[in-house]
Ligand binder design. Structure first.
Ligand code: GH3
Ligand code: MG
Ligand code: MG
Ligand code: MG
Length: 321
């Protein structure tokens, strides 16, 4: 059974925990009759700033983290409804809570503001207990949404990342390649892939233990990441098998890159850190393939895998294209 919290429903006690977080509140007013005493009952960890320049305020909202905006709906030098609309339209501020300060009886303006997506409102003259409660509600909601978004982000990262090495996982590679080779999505220049498999890795585990084997795989992943360009993708394809995906790379180039990677790995044994004064030499076999017109990701990977098989057959520690 899912709990309330898992369903996104929070108890009041849970919501109150967000009160401990620092908040930044922006007040938009150019009339001078809205001052900080308005929000004085809020706790010290709630920073408040008054802006009379609406454009400056919008700029800050777009670039900095602000948890709540309180706008006077009776601004003198700017259309306050236009401000509300801008906050709701801009990508960076769409989700920023917006509280409107409205004169008692100014229902038409209030309805327009609510239509534009204002989250809540406070009528003037302001009751200090009421404004404190409404601000607190908005801030709690904001912090809760921030928390949800963050855990969603973490979840997304976990879903595409290999836990041992931090490289992309096989699922990510498949998705990425199918987007890349989608009809119309195929790059003008061919793309190439390398499948890299550690030679005789099993004996390394057997000799030094699985944990040391893991350290070697982590070191290899790091080295591979260091030897590719920003647009290339490094992925852990299987146990001790890696794939490098290189957009805009032709057959001649990828063969040179693959040979360089193979040499570098052979030349430099893997250090296991200062506490273990061991270093382990390894070699890799590499299968390379380049995309043809109308290729599918599966077909390219299959050609690279067949080339890898031949590299093993021919004695390992080599590149076969
Ligand atoms: P070759 O590829 O040259 O044919 O020999 P190999 O010994 O590398 O090939 P094989 O595919 O037989 O063995 C791969 C080994 O990789 C077996 C497995 O225990 C090990 N392995 C796979 N995943 C991991 C891992 O996450 N950590 C460690 N330490 N070992 C792993
Ligand atoms: Mg094998
Ligand atoms: Mg192997
Ligand atoms: Mg293998």
């Amino acid at each position: 059974h899912a709990t309330g919290a898992e369903l996104g429903i929070l108890t009041n006690a849970k919501l109150a925990e967000f009160d401990n977080l620092d908040s930044r509140v922006m007040i938009i007013d150019d009339t001078g009759d809205v001052d900080e005493s308005l929000v004085a009952p809020l706790p010290d960890n709630c920073r408040r700033e008054i802006y009379s320049d609406v454009k400056e305020a919008l700029n800050i909202l777009r670039t900095e983290k602000v948890d709540l905006v309180i706008v006077n709906l009776n601004l003198e030098g700017y259309d306050s409804l236009r401000f509300c609309s801008a906050v709701r339209t801009l990508n960076e501020t769409r989700l920023t809570p917006l509280l409107a300060l409205v004169r008692q009886g100014d229902t038409r303006k209030l309805v327009r503001a609510l239509d534009l997506g204002v989250n809540d409102y406070i009528t003037r003259p302001v009751d200090s207990g009421e404004i404190t409660a409404r601000i607190r509600t908005q801030l709690r909601r904001k912090h809760y949404i921030d928390q949800l978004r963050e855990s969603f982000q973490v979840g997304l990262e976990l879903a595409v990342t290999d836990q041992l090495t931090g490289l992309y996982n096989r699922r990510y590679l498949a998705n990425h390649m199918s987007t890349m080779f989608d009809v119309g999505g195929q790059a003008k220049m061919p793309a190439s892939v390398l499948i890299i498999d550690v030679d005789h890795f099993k004996p390394i585990n057997d000799t030094y233990g699985h944990d040391i084997g893991d350290v070697v795989l982590q070191g290899l992943a790091k080295r591979l990441t260091g030897s590719i360009r920003g647009m290339d993708i490094a992925c852990r394809y299987g146990g001790e098998e890696f794939v490098l995906l290189m957009p805009k790379t032709d057959a001649a180039t990828v063969s040179i890159v693959a040979e360089r990677i193979r040499e570098e790995i052979e030349a430099e044994p893997f250090d296991l850190g200062s506490d273990r004064n061991k270093s382990i030499p390894i070699t890799v076999s590499i299968g390379a393939a380049t995309s043809h017109e109308g290729d599918t990701p599966q077909a390219i990977l299959k050609r690279a895998d067949e080339a890898l098989y031949r590299a093993k057959e021919q004695g390992r520690n080599r590149v076969v294209y």
